[in-house]
Write a protein that binds this ligand. Structure first.
Ligand code: MCN
Length: 786
């Protein structure tokens, strides 16, 4: 594969190993906790053991008596904050009830782990002991953890709101009533998408340093630019005096797309005490007070003709937001509403969302954010319809797919799908999975007592956030644009530095972005350094989430590199007395078309640009360009997945024995990275289906608060994934690329769930909700057997 007009042997499209990895896998990374500043103080939090209680008193005298404690602060002590923690994104056109959410609880705690006080001292271990010595008296209040109970407003979590309802919001298009009236068959299911954690390998961590009227905050975050902005606002510091640095970040999966109270408090304390202050989250804290995801109950109705044609789709979601709104909480379920018709033609589709507060930690964006939930609803309910209509899961999908020739395709809710070829990915999948042969094998195995099933999921999603006119305050309601910035600088020696406003934390952007630039500048990716995650370098940025980095940030970089290429061509043409239109980038050189020997290397071009003795008339010296790129549309990757599972009907244990996926994220920049992203994404979803669950008991106690109870899958539980790709370019950007960072997670949960149901259908099990723990599967088998 090659980029149009570029060298024949292109770096784009090559499965290069990630250049950022050697340092990370040999312990040479630079994470927040690796950063050591002289005189650093350490923080620990006093967190509520109660899910809902009034704070009667806080007695910190014992802790304060310790020599190694410098400060114990409660909400009353935290002076000078301009306001509570921010909530920056609401669904369009709706008033949202937002309770005040302060970094330390004021007067009452609303969930287990709500911080009541922060203890700061000279030793990182003794502050933990000191925090234990802070005596807090609580007056317990009634607890509500069930969102349906919370809706009744019998126990009010925020008196100031007078209700537990955050908001109600609908998005629909087409005539729903007519659609259901035209249906021969209606399928109704309650689809439960349980609460999960991000589970990043590195927990959160913050180190704040305030000196010379400047704040530097090192945070394990996905969004350093947001952290800088909100800290400047909350602490009343000029934005140019705040530097936010995300050094190496060991994963986030959405959970570090946040402005956390701990970040505010560390910055506040560093200013107050005039010394650096560090807080490193424990794993238990990570499961308790780093935002969770999902937690939706959806009542789903699909109307169909006898031949399987969908006539209407109606989804009513009850979203459990936990105790507060965080940065994006109220909008997460809405993201699913924008693609609620999946890959299918649906004349009428509507999503009604009710968001409700409960005494749990808040939910917010976790990998996929709203789209895995929507896809799970569509793809499991479509399989239910197929079974009830006596159709194959393949035929019902093919019957309803939006055909490739109808793109760009405007859905009834007004979203324009950019490009797609859904039959193409499914065809490719079925080349690798012979369904007829599988059915024969399935039956033969069943005779031997082995219950094997296959499940499919064909998904599309919306990512690459994206046009500011849509994401901004009047569109999706985000108080930010959707652009991304890039600076590409060629130094005098020809070395290249790229500054990106995206903030990778495991996605391999240092490699894939370098590949894009190398092609355009006739150099190698090894010669291109990608700098990110530091607000003091490069222009403004909007960071990494919503699988936007390549489609928006990568495109910005490509455009900046193209500008440099244009300038370089002029310099070369001037030097070689040729026409700039005749200069091409080929074999690591800028050369004259037809005369490959006549040319200049990038270093030679840079030499001319920085020692400007003979530049074209009027040309500025230097070789550095900036781009701000705001896309016209989102991008809509898609794919077809299949899972094959064995279910042990004596124990209910599910084993995924084969997993196949064919995904389309446009032309590959780096196929190896794409595969890695899909591996991680699929594991994330399989984890949710089979193992992972954030579970609170009725008293609001988190009962899955360690990795012993919150079971993350490992390679030992999983087969090797069989992945393939098709490449359907998007017209949205010149690279033709779409996001892939969340695709696996969005596609996979329905495939596995459908496979388990397929395996158990002969026993009479026709429907199952996640998590498909052995206990739940076993109970379903017993129930079906009567
Ligand atoms: N890519 C490519 N060619 C394409 C499409 C993508 O080579 N046609 C490459 C990109 O160049 C990039 C990677 O795939 O190296 C992912 O790109 P993209 O889809 O743009 O996603 P982002 O970089 O914006 O990453 C965000 C996404 C999200 S939203 C979550 S959540 C997530 C994910 O990425 N969290 C992750 N992947 C993760 N991977 C790791 N290791 N850790 C996380 O926390």
């Amino acid at each position: 594969m090659s980029v149009a007009g570029q060298a024949e042997r292109s770096w784009v499209g090559r499965a290069l190993k990630r250049k950022e990895d050697p340092k990370l896998i040999t312990g040479r990374g630079n994470y927040v906790d690796d950063i050591v500043l002289p005189g650093t103080l350490y923080a620990a939090f006093v967190r509520s053991p109660e899910a809902h209680a009034r704070i009667v008193s806080v007695d910190a005298s014992a802790a304060m008596e310790r020599d190694d404690v410098v400060m114990v602060a409660t909400a009353d002590d935290v002076d000078g904050l301009a306001g509570p923690l921010p909530m920056a994104w609401v669904p369009p056109g709706v008033e949202v009830n937002t309770p005040e959410h302060w970094p330390l609880a004021k007067g009452a705690v609303k969930h287990v782990g709500d911080p009541v006080a922060v203890v700061i001292g000279t030793d990182r271990y003794s502050v933990v002991d000191a925090a234990d010595e802070v005596a807090v008296e609580y007056d317990p209040l009634p607890v509500v953890t069930d969102p349906e109970e919370a809706l009744k407003d019998e126990t009010i979590i925020h008196e100031s709101l007078g209700t537990n309802v955050s908001h109600r919001w609908s998005l629909g298009g087409g005539d729903l009533e007519a659609g259901f009236a035209a249906a021969d068959h209606v399928v109704e299911r309650r689809v439960i998408n349980h609460r999960t954690a991000g589970g990043a390998i590195e927990t959160r961590g913050v180190l704040a340093d305030y000196r010379g009227d400047e704040l530097t905050i090192y945070s394990s975050t996905q969004v350093p630019h947001f952290v800088r902005l909100f800290l400047a606002i909350l602490l009343g510091i000029s934005q140019d005096r705040v530097r936010a640095v995300a050094p190496d970040v060991g994963g986030g999966f959405g959970s570090k797309l946040q402005m956390y109270g701990e970040e505010v408090l560390m910055a506040w304390a560093a200013r107050k005490l005039g010394r650096p202050v560090k807080w490193i989250e424990t794993r238990s804290e990570n499961l308790q007070v780093t935002h969770h995801g999902r937690d939706q109950i959806a009542d789903v109705r699909m109307g169909l003709k006898r031949d399987g044609t969908i006539t209407a789709f109606h989804v009513k979601i009850l979203a459990d937001f936990g105790a507060y709104h965080m940065l994006l909480t109220p909008t997460i379920p809405s993201l699913g509403a924008f693609v609620m018709q999946g890959c299918y033609k649906m004349p009428a589709v509507q999503t009604d969302i009710t968001g409700v507060f409960t005494n749990k930690f808040p939910t917010d964006a976790i990998r996929g954010a709203g789209r895995p939930e929507a896809t799970h609803m569509i793809e499991t309910v479509l399989d239910q319809a197929a079974a009830e209509l006596g159709m194959s899961p393949i035929d019902i999908r093919r019957k309803n797919f939006i055909p490739a020739e109808e793109f760009p395709y405007e859905t009834p809710v007004g979203v324009v799908y950019d490009s797609g070829n859904y039959h193409g990915t499914l065809d490719r999948l079925l080349e690798r999975l012979d369904l007829d042969a599988f059915r024969r094998e399935q039956e033969a195995l069943r005779a031997k007592g082995i219950y094997r099933g296959v499940g499919f999921s064909t998904y599309t999603e919306i990512c690459g956030l994206a046009p500011s006119r849509v994401t901004g305050p009047t569109g999706f309601g985000l108080q930010a644009g959707g652009w991304e910035s890039a600076v590409v600088s060629v130094h005098t020696t020809g070395a290249v530095t790229v500054y990106t406003g995206t903030s990778p934390h495991g996605q391999g952007l240092e490699t894939s972005f370098a590949q894009i630039v190398a092609d355009r500048l006739g150099t190698s990716p090894d010669n291109v350094d990608v700098i990110h995650g530091d607000t003091s370098t490069g222009p403004e940025g909007l960071n990494t989430y919503g699988s936007r980095s390549l489609a928006v940030g990568g495109e910005a970089i490509a455009r900046a590199a193209e500008k440099i290429q244009e300038k370089a061509k002029k310099i070369v043409a001037h030097q070689l007395e040729a026409d700039p239109a005749d200069i091409e980038v080929r074999d690591g050189k800028f050369s004259v078309k037809g005369s490959p020997d006549k040319g200049m290397t990038l270093a030679e071009v840079a030499g001319q640009a920085y020692i400007p003795l003979n530049l074209p008339e009027g040309m500025e010296p230097g070789l550095s360009e900036t781009t701000f790129y705001d896309p016209d549309n989102f991008v809509f990757p898609f794919g077809a997945h299949a899972a094959i599972v064995d279910v042990d009907i004596e124990t209910g244990k599910v084993d995924v024995i084969r997993y196949l996926g064919v995904d389309d994220c446009g032309p590959a920049i780096n196929p190896k990275i794409i595969e890695g992203q899909l591996h991680g994404g699929i594991v994330h979803a399989i984890g949710q289906v089979l193992y992972e669950r954030i579970h609170y008991d009725e008293d609001g106690q988190l009962v899955t608060g360690t990795f012993v109870d919150y079971a993350l899958p490992s390679a030992a539980e999983l087969p090797f994934f069989e992945l393939d790709r098709t490449e359907t370019p998007t017209p949205t950007n010149t690279l033709g690329v779409k996001g892939v960072g969340e695709a696996g997670t969005i596609g996979a949960s329905a495939a596995v769930t459908n496979a388990v149901i397929d395996a158990l259908r002969p026993l009479g099990v026709t429907w199952l909700n996640m998590p498909l723990s052995p206990a739940r599967v076993w109970a379903a088998i017993q129930e079906a057997r009567g």
